[in-house]
Design a binder for this molecule. Structure first.
Ligand code: GDP
Ligand code: GDP
Length: 458
């Protein structure tokens, strides 16, 4: 499981600036889910090869009636889910009453929190440091200037090294993000073989109330559960190994298979941290949506997070029971149009409640995993490239034709195809699309992103 870092502090101390530093270009997943606070941001980052999740909890100003209530409403879940709380104060503003209230809260609730003094740029350390000791935090304060990225990397590196669940990524995980060089081509074949022997890990994700728990119950209820250990943590996804038709699977569950007692439990049960952990843990994500509400922005938001992580995906539109044909047609039309950007993923219209369509869903999960972990020889890819080129020549640039000479596989899960040639920088997008679509079709790649890299020999 990825370590989780929560940023707390009053407004304007630089939490968002630090959040952006820690997540860099990676998109934040803004938690605008119903029943949850709007101003919490989630993101992923990596320092020194160690990946983590960051939560920006939104400001706690202390002006509200009752700091405890406010803390509870805004930040409690985030703090609860965190391995590490960074308590940020502002060197320029100095110590405030709100800082003292937050410190008291953290101390009393026995949270592993570290004091971070931000905006130390251009300030004399003696001028500000003493007063923050009054907060009674146990660590020597980290002095940073988030806006200049000063002290940030050193701080995070040191803190991550102390965490038991922070591990540098394995070469295999690293490869998924950074394409390998061609020398490793034969290693990929071995990798692919290993994957085919390993059990498939799939996660069921989606916003609250779309029917995830119902689907999990349906899947597990029908099959023999080998082990079922339920450590009731609030933030970790639960993994459940089981067998289906003689094949082993592991379900990465975010919903909790125990039936919830009432509707107000939804928000508690739903956790973005869990969802992010599950995406990281699985090979294939089954993204559940709700036919009754139709697609909403939050669905698309979650889906793009899955795709960005390079995971395979199978789409399930749930609650397909007892709908008029007219409404069904309308929903299908809407889904096809709005999910056009993942037209390589299978879509199933299912009823978790009645079990309709669940078998087909499994077949798509299998297919997506197989695609994501396939290996194609350099020979096969190069022949295919040559077919593509002879069907349609790339254009001339400055009187010289763009040449595409050979292709090899640079990684799997998701697969990466590296195309070598001359002037590939000038290759028009329309040509790239033609090439990518043809490769996808001929190689029968479904359910997984297929990445391309173009390299020039000049
Ligand atoms: P938040 O409300 O805690 O999320 O604070 P923001 O990240 O929005 O920052 C509040 C203001 O402080 C912005 O104008 C930032 O540019 C500024 N700021 C953030 N970090 C630093 C820093 O290290 N040094 C200085 N001088 N200003 C900073
Ligand atoms: P979760 O929050 O995503 O885990 O959603 P739940 O599994 O708790 O389901 C939310 C509500 O939708 C419950 O009242 C379910 O009974 C209902 N539900 C789930 N699947 C279906 C379905 O296929 N059809 C219908 N009609 N209702 C469903």
């Amino acid at each position: 499981m990825l370590p989780v870092i929560a940023l707390v502090g009053r407004p304007n101390v630089g939490k968002s600036t630090l959040f952006n530093r820690l997540t860099r270009s990676r998109d934040a997943l803004v938690a605008d889910f119903p029943g949850l606070t709007r101003d919490r941001q989630y993101g992923q980052g990596k320092v020194g090869g160690r990946p983590y999740i960051v939560i920006d909890t939104g400001g706690i100003s202390g002006d509200e009636e009752g700091i405890d209530a406010e803390m509870a409403r805004q930040s409690l879940q985030a703090i609860e889910e965190a391995d590490l709380v960074l308590f940020i104060v502002d060197a320029r503003a100095g110590l405030t009453a709100a800082d003292e209230m937050i410190a008291k809260y953290l101390r009393e609730n026995d949270k592993k929190a570290y004091l971070v003094v931000n905006k130390t740029d251009g300030l004399d350390a003696d001028a500000w440091s003493a007063e923050f000791y009054a907060l009674g935090m146990s660590n020597e304060p980290y002095k940073i200037a988030a806006v200049h990225n000063r002290g940030v990397t050193a701080m995070i590196t040191e803190l991550l090294e102390k965490l038991p669940n922070s591990e540098p990524e394995t070469p295999e995980q690293e490869a998924a993000e950074q394409p390998l060089e061609e020398e490793n081509d034969s290693g990929l074949a071995e990798e692919a073989l290993k994957h085919s022997e390993r059990e498939l890990r799939f996660g069921i994700i989606g916003r609250p109330n779309v029917g995830k728990s119902t689907l999990v119950n349906r899947i597990l209820g029908e099959e023999r559960v080998i082990v079922f250990d339920h450590p009731g943590t609030t933030r970790d996804a639960i993994t459940i190994p089981f067998e289906r038709n003689g094949k082993k699977y592991t379900l990465v569950d975010t919903a909790g298979i125990r039936r919830r007692r009432n509707v107000t439990e939804t928000a508690e049960k739903f956790s973005i941290v869990k969802t992010l952990q599950a995406i990281k843990e699985c090979n294939v994500a089954v993204m559940v949506m709700d036919a009754r509400t139709g697609l909403v922005d939050q669905d698309l938001h979650l889906l793009s997070f899955v795709l960005e992580s390079g995971r395979s995906v199978v789409l399930a539109v749930n609650k397909w029971d007892k709908l008029d044909q007219e409404i069904k047609d309308k929903i299908k039309q809407d889904v096809t149009r709005r999910l056009g950007f993942v037209d390589y993923a299978d879509i199933h219209y299912i009823s978790a409640l009645h079990g309709t369509g669940v078998g087909e869903l499994f077949r798509s999960v299998e297919k997506a995993y197989k695609s994501a972990t396939s290996h194609w020889s350099t020979n096969r890819l190069t022949n295919l490239l040559q077919d593509v080129v002879s069907e349609h020549q790339p254009p001339m640039i400055n009187g010289r034709r763009i040449k595409l000479r050979y292709a090899h596989q640079g990684g799997l899960n998701p697969p990466i195809i590296v195309v070598h040639g001359n002037q590939t920088d000038a290759l028009p997008n329309s040509y790239k699309r033609y090439l990518m679509n043809t490769f996808r079709k001929v190689l029968k790649v479904t359910g997984t992103p297929l990445k391309f890299e173009f390299r020039s020999g000049e």
